[in-house]
Design a binder for this molecule. Structure first.
Ligand SMILES: Cc1cc2nc3c(=O)[nH]c(=O)nc-3n(C[C@H](O)[C@H](O)[C@H](O)COP(=O)(O)O)c2cc1C
Ligand SMILES: Nc1ncnc2c1ncn2[C@@H]1O[C@H](COP(=O)(O)OP(=O)(O)O)[C@@H](O)[C@H]1O
Length: 276
């Protein structure tokens, strides 16, 4: 696995085939499109990612080359193809999906690419799973509805986010259960609610129950919190990864902390069942 910035491709000489796209999430269709190429050219375009930036390279063992959208957005389709030929002088094959669009104002499509590139262009037909076309936008829509089952199914793995441990209100440890509070940036977050999850601290994964949403029962602020089940993990600093396994329930307002605590105990029991 390796990733290189747009113009400084030191390993370019060996690359004979590439796939091009945004590849947000590196979902099932992305893995199929990239299965037979030497390298992936990743164009980053929008916020609210399933998998921000270079993190996409974690989900593939192909070489990942990043083109930043702002740097290439004004290129005409012809200039874009010229850039590819310059960056990959031994390029023989380009793989794109049926809906690939490129160049200034998306003037180019998969067919245009075939006309402009003098070697082979492979156009992959739409890939679906059990009748559902696999696209990042579809996975994001499932996440917004809290449909982790379908999101994970189309991803071909469990949806994961990463965040930095930050101080909480200090209420959890005292009156509820201990949680790690996470500052999560750039990710598309699932529906507000409580999830059976796994949390990666350092190199090890722990079963957990996670809350994500506005703490309508306490200070009203937005939080992403994870409680590690059945273990005291002591104090944790730095980056933590959270993997969503199932939605247990939606976010709710509780009149008292005691009532919230009873519900949290039930959430923990339900998460354990889900994760068993
Ligand atoms: C499993 C679990 C479920 C939770 N469910 C809710 C909820 O439904 N509504 C809510 O307002 N807060 C919920 N919370 C968040 C608590 O309000 C929060 O943990 C508490 O405010 C303590 O925050 P602190 O860790 O910053 O001290 C939940 C927390 C956990 C761990
Ligand atoms: N379901 C799919 N079927 C066929 N090709 C796809 C599919 N999803 C993505 N591709 C192709 O893979 C590359 C990366 O796609 P991208 O547009 O980033 O994915 P998405 O459609 O999920 O947002 C592009 O060449 C795109 O055309």
């Amino acid at each position: 696995m390796a990733h290189q910035k747009g113009n400084k491709l030191k390993i370019q000489n060996n690359i004979r085939s590439i796939a091009i796209g945004s590849f947000d999430g590196m979902h099932l269709a992305h893995r199929q499109v990239t299965a037979d190429v030497d390298a992936i050219v990743i164009i980053e375009r929008n916020g609210g990612y399933l998998t921000p930036g270079y993190k996409r390279s974690r989900y593939t063992d192909k070489i990942c080359c990043f083109y930043f959208f702002d740097k290439i957005r004004s290129l005409s389709p012809r200039d874009f193809v010229a850039k590819l030929k310059e960056d990959f002088p031994h390029l023989e094959r380009i793989v794109v999906g049926y809906d690939f669009a490129f160049g200034k104002e998306k003037a180019g499509n998969a067919e245009t690419l075939g006309e402009l590139f003098d070697k082979e262009v492979v156009i992959v037909n739409e890939i679906s799973l059990e009748g559902v076309p696999v696209h990042s936008r579809t996975i994001k829509a499932y996440l917004r509805e809290g449909n982790i089952f379908m999101a994970n199914k189309l991803l071909g793995r469990s949806y994961a986010i990463e965040g930095r441990v930050v101080p909480g209100q200090g209420l959890g440890r005292e009156s509820l259960v201990s949680t790690l509070n996470l500052k999560v940036e750039h990710y598309q977050l699932p529906l507000e609610g409580v999830y059976a999850s796994r949390t990666k601290i350092g190199k090890s994964w722990h079963p957990s129950v996670s809350f994500l949403g506005h703490r309508v029962s306490t200070d009203g602020s937005f939080a992403v919190e994870t409680h590690i089940i059945g273990e005291d993990i002591g104090s944790v600093e730095g980056q933590v990864m959270l993997e969503f396994k199932a939605l247990l329930r939606r976010n709710r307002k509780f009149e008292t902390l005691e009532k919230l605590k009873v519900q949290i105990e039930e959430d923990i029991a339900n998460a354990k069942k889900c994760l068993a």
